[in-house]
Design a binder for this molecule. Structure first.
Ligand SMILES: NC(=O)c1ccc[n+]([C@@H]2O[C@H](COP(=O)([O-])OP(=O)(O)OC[C@H]3O[C@@H](n4cnc5c(N)ncnc54)[C@H](OP(=O)(O)O)[C@@H]3O)[C@@H](O)[C@H]2O)c1
Length: 231
């Protein structure tokens, strides 16, 4: 793997993927919403001998992907990891649904990864590894929804799951592997301090998985430990 594009790299899972790939000598286009706030990422970039390029990208903007495509240019992209995501207001309970919040979650968690895949599909097709990974969540699994609530987050990730399956079907003939991921319940700002997994455990598992995926795996939904998940 020579080059990766990772969104949501200012903190959490995206930051750890960037750190680990930079250590492995992979060139990373790592995105942040605000250059001024990404202190840890800038430190990693400064130590990377130019391997980590920090790029501004806001998934909530309809043309947010343009800045990233401009930065990447025609560089072949072995891995596109659409990782940026938001949870929204944790309530999201039946009886208190806010339309604008739901649409914001669709914008960031569902539509933006698809626009990104469209913008960078040519770069991925020109690479050796040819991998697009969508960071979804088990909370987007309809079969796994046994507790209700979290309508906006669950629905936006279920939409992402469907989108990922469509992308897998549409890009298979170009040799591109497109998979959906659940990183586990991870200690990050989103996952909270009670989560059982560290970012290091989750990311190590996901990178092991990325190393062994083949075209036969396209369109599948994977836990961080490589086990397949039901939709
Ligand atoms: N942690 C878990 O237990 C867990 C479980 C299942 C799935 N996931 C998924 O894993 C992914 C990473 O989550 P995390 O736990 O690392 O969360 P996190 O610590 O909250 O990080 C989220 C990242 O997404 C970025 N982001 C948010 N809104 C954005 C936007 N509009 N445009 C561009 N970037 C944006 C954030 O950037 P800023 O710094 O600019 O806000 C940050 O870098 C998410 O897609 C999440 O749904 C996490």
């Amino acid at each position: 793997m020579k080059t990766a594009v990772i969104t949501g790299a200012s903190r959490g899972i995206g930051l750890e993927h960037t750190r680990c790939y930079a250590e492995r000598g992979v060139r990373v286009f790592a995105t942040v919403r605000s250059l001024a706030d990404a202190v840890e990422l800038h430190t990693i970039a400064a130590r990377s001998n130019g391997a980590v390029n920090v790029v501004e990208y806001d998934a909530a903007l309809p043309d947010g992907h343009r800045s990233l495509k401009d930065a990447v240019g025609d560089t072949p992209v072995d891995l596109l990891l659409a990782n940026a995501g938001i949870m929204g207001d944790r309530a999201q309970m039946f009886g208190s649904i806010d339309t604008e919040e739901m649409l914001e979650l669709y914008r960031v968690n569902s539509v933006a990864p698809l626009r990104l895949a469209q913008a960078l599909a040519g770069n991925v097709a020109n690479s050796t590894r040819k991998l697009i990974a969508f960071q979804s969540s088990q909370m987007g699994s309809i079969g796994d929804n046994k507790s209700g609530g979290y309508y906006a987050y669950r629905a936006s990730k279920a939409a992402l799951n469907m989108i990922a399956k469509g992308v897998a079907n549409d890009l298979k003939s170009r040799g591109i592997i497109a998979v959906t991921l659940h990183p586990g319940w991870v200690k990050t700002r989103m996952g909270g301090s009670s989560a059982p997994l560290s970012v290091a455990q989750s990311v190590a598992g996901q990178q092991r998985l990325f190393d062994k995926l083949t075209l036969a795996d396209t369109g599948r939904f994977f836990n961080f430990d490589g086990k397949e998940l039901p939709w």
